[in-house]
Design a protein around this ligand. Structure first.
Ligand code: BGC
Length: 756
């Protein structure tokens, strides 16, 4: 993989600012140096805090380098004035915030955005977020979360781009480009912070903060690529994580932070700890006091201590007593100052308060939020109803629609977790938009039940409303703030509360039902997928939920979203991901819908009471039209490992083509539509076992009814390279299989040999 592009290197560390920062460093006392490495929350805490409040005094004394959780330009300027006008060296503060999927203009949750498979769109959403965030004086977001998430029990799956390293890397780059813009020192750019480094999404049992064991091979092959991509794209900062990795907490892990990130990848920016994660080294059991925790974190490469106070309280003494070399502190201070210079904070420390309000919710931002919500929608099922047409799209002629469910008239949940400055009042709810569309006489709303709780009367009213209508739109799902995001792992993945009961009663009315799932993760709903004719994953779509879904329901927007995660049938299948290894006893060609009948069916890698396959595979999603795939072609019938390795080392793999793979895609339906076409590879006969399929390319194609296009994927040598048994990224002789397909479980394939 490529290292930093030259343009990015210079924007983080050009010679002029390096000189300035060295000059500044010379003037700093040890206390002032340590101050640059200290970060506190001066607003709504996002975890247990320190209880500190005396920020002005600390800032004046140069004891603080960064603050976060402040949300307005006025507050930012007030603190900044103390730093710039009253501290001895006038070093500006760096202000950060969790701007995860929008600041005031809330876009779909990141998992929803990832379902668009549209990096350009995601880049635009990040650009809007950067403009709004910087207008409030905040120049640093703790985003993107690029943790690979293979387990839907983990609540933070909602915050990332799903299970795949290739898709994850493409999206990671898009976020960084969007946040940081063309130049980091432009007033409307903000520093990105890919997190949580690393392996946080692999928490055992899907339980947040839990321990993680990942071999070096798997780390490099699956978990590191999105981080590397973000750093390659120029991310100015990075956050460590809460979890331990192979026994060593990631906030004191020199292998990942020093060797890989700062060494192999040449990262020049700030490594921030996660919230109190320096202090948590004590609970992890690798430090028995705060001073040891601070020493271990700093020496492992954590430059800034978020909230725990331990750098603040211990580093000066640790240096004076010789336990931490001052050079290590200097190195971290350089990184902090480098980012402050790169952001132009020394020249422009203040936000323009007069421009703040005007930057929010601009019409073009709101319209982008609608597009993003439309593109994040994944149509999971759309079967004919009673032998007739599929339920969706709905006809404009429909006379009476029942809108039922606890999320049908909701504004708050639609913002998702980490809703930034998003406000419920900015949300156009589904009920509002549907009523605007059809008129109040044609929309009959009944809540039916609460997300958790509710009464028999509510249920009865909903059933009656359904019976009196021509069709039912059912809006069910999770409570976003409580059931998704941090500290929201779930051991049960069905619909919360008694929503399934409501669902069954509504389906029993015999009316056509379109079920919209509002959720931060896939939900295990085998009954629904069998009995409800139309089901879509809306995720939490943000402020434009209503208009986006109404346009989708009535077919003005044709769904094109594809799942960025495998959708399980039952919790017991988790962790579930498509790019798994084959095992020595794969269950191919065995009917797994029933218990094993004989020895051959039993002693394979399977469950005796569940299928191996997901409910819906990674990459899956329907449209209101259909697409045919055919005529798969490769432009070579053999590749050479030696030549590919030369190519791999030669230069930019992005422009270094090795194999053209093409297929003909036809719109075989009756509507115009867009399809996300996917290219997968498999390598067999290699020094380590590799996944049964790995995504190596995707393209969006737009086709009118009957139209046919040839689509080509130009695969570079990196598509055939992997981390081998020596942990080297190389191409080895192998049998190569290539697919072009609509998802990770189907499609035509071709094979060829990669010779020595
Ligand atoms: C989360 C981070 C977040 C930080 C600051 C932590 O609890 O793990 O993702 O950026 O808080 O709010």
């Amino acid at each position: 993989m490529a290292s930093h592009t030259p343009a990015v290197r210079s924007s983080l560390s050009d010679a002029g600012s390096e000189k300035k920062l060295e000059a500044l460093l010379q003037k700093m006392t040890l206390e002032e140096k340590v101050g640059q490495l200290v970060q506190y929350s001066a607003g709504q805490p996002t975890g247990p805090g320190t209880g500190r409040t005396d920020y002005d005094d600390m800032i004046r004394k140069g004891e603080v380098g960064a603050l976060f959780n402040i949300t307005t330009a006025r507050q930012v300027n007030a603190y900044q004035r103390v730093a710039v006008e009253q501290s001895r060296l006038h070093i500006p503060l760096l202000f950060g915030l969790d701007v995860i999927h929008g600041f005031r203009t809330e876009f779909p949750i990141p998992l929803g955005l990832a379902s668009s498979w549209d990096p350009d769109l995601i880049e635009q959403t990040a650009r809007v977020a950067a403009r709004e965030t910087s207008a409030s004086g905040i120049r640093w977001t703790f985003s993107p979360m690029v943790d690979i998430a293979r387990d839907a029990r983990w609540g933070r799956m909602t915050e990332g781009s799903g299970e795949d390293p290739f898709l994850g890397a493409a999206i990671a780059r898009a976020y960084v480009r969007g946040y940081q813009g063309a130049r980091l020192d432009a007033p409307d750019s903000i520093a990105a912070c890919p997190k949580h480094f690393v392996g946080y999404g692999a928490a055992e049992g899907g339980r947040d903060y839990n321990s993680v064991e990942i071999s070096e091979h798997a780390l490099r092959q699956f978990y590191l690529p999105p981080f590397h991509a973000a750093i390659d794209a120029g991310a100015a900062t990075l956050m460590s994580a809460f979890n331990s990795l192979n026994g060593v907490p990631t906030t004191a892990n020199p292998f990942t932070l020093k060797q890989i990130l700062k060494g192999e990848w040449g990262f020049q920016g700030i490594v921030d700890s996660d919230y109190t994660s320096v202090g948590e080294l004590i609970a992890h059991g690798i430090a028995n006091d705060g001073a040891t925790a601070a020493r271990k974190a700093l020496l492992a490469g954590v430059d800034m201590d978020m909230v725990s106070s331990l750098y603040h309280e211990n580093l000066v003494q640790l240096v004076r007593s010789g336990q931490v070399p001052e050079a290590a502190v200097d190195e971290s201070v350089r990184r902090v100052l480098r980012v402050k210079f790169a952001l132009g904070l020394f020249e422009r420390p203040y936000a323009d308060e007069a421009k703040e309000t005007g930057a929010m919710l601009r019409p073009e931002s709101v319209s982008l939020a609608r597009t993003a919500a439309e593109r994040s929608f994944v149509l999971l099922k759309n079967a004919p109803f009673s032998g007739g047409a599929p339920v969706l799209p709905l006809s404009n002629e429909v006379k009476r629609v029942a809108l039922v469910g606890p999320l049908a008239d909701d504004s708050n949940d639609m913002l998702g977790s980490w809703a930034g400055q998003g406000r419920a009042e900015d949300v156009i709810a589904l009920r509002t938009a549907l009523t605007q569309r059809l008129g109040v006489d044609r929309v009959h709303y009944a809540k039916g039940i609460e997300i958790v709780g509710g009464s028999d009367d509510q249920l009865a009213e909903a059933v009656k409303t359904a019976q009196e209508s021509d069709l039912v739109i059912l809006a069910l799902g999770e409570n976003a703030p409580e059931m998704t995001g941090e500290a929201a792992s779930r051991a049960h993945l069905g619909l919360p509360g008694h929503q399934e009961q409501l669902l069954e009663k509504i389906v029993a009315t015999g009316k056509p039902v379109a079920l919209l799932l509002f959720t931060g993760r896939p939900l295990t709903l085998p009954w629904a997928f069998e009995h409800v004719p139309a089901v879509g994953a809306a995720w939490f779509p943000g402020i434009q939920v209503g208009p986006a879904l109404v346009r989708t329901l009535f077919g003005e927007a044709n769904p094109s979203g594809k799942l960025p995660v495998s959708w399980p049938r039952s919790v017991g299948q988790e962790p579930l991901y498509y790019d798994a290894l084959n095992t020595g006893r794969p269950a191919d060609n065995i009917d797994l819908t029933r218990p094993p009948k004989n020895i051959l069916e039993k002693y394979v890698s399977r469950y005796i009471d569940e299928q191996n396959t997901p409910q819906f595979p990674f990459g899956y999603g329907l449209s209101y039209t259909q697409f045919g795939y055919g005529d798969l072609k490769l432009d070579k019938n053999q590749l050479s490992a030696k030549a590919l390795n030369v190519q791999l080392r030669a230069g930019d793999p992005q422009t270094n083509r090795a194999l053209s793979v093409s297929a003909e895609i036809t719109n075989t339906g009756t509507r115009a539509g867009e399809e996300i076409v996917q290219c997968y590879v498999r390598l067999q006969g290699t020094s380590v076992a590799l996944p049964v399929r790995a995504l190596s390319g995707f393209q969006r194609i737009s086709l009118s009814p009957g139209e046919k296009k040839e689509l080509t994927f130009e695969l570079g040598p990196e598509a055939f390279a992997f981390w081998n048994d020596q942990n080297k990224f190389v191409v080895e002789p192998a049998r190569l299989t290539v697919w072009i397909s609509p998802d990770s479980a189907h499609g035509e394939r071709k094979t060829l040999d990669i010779t020595p």
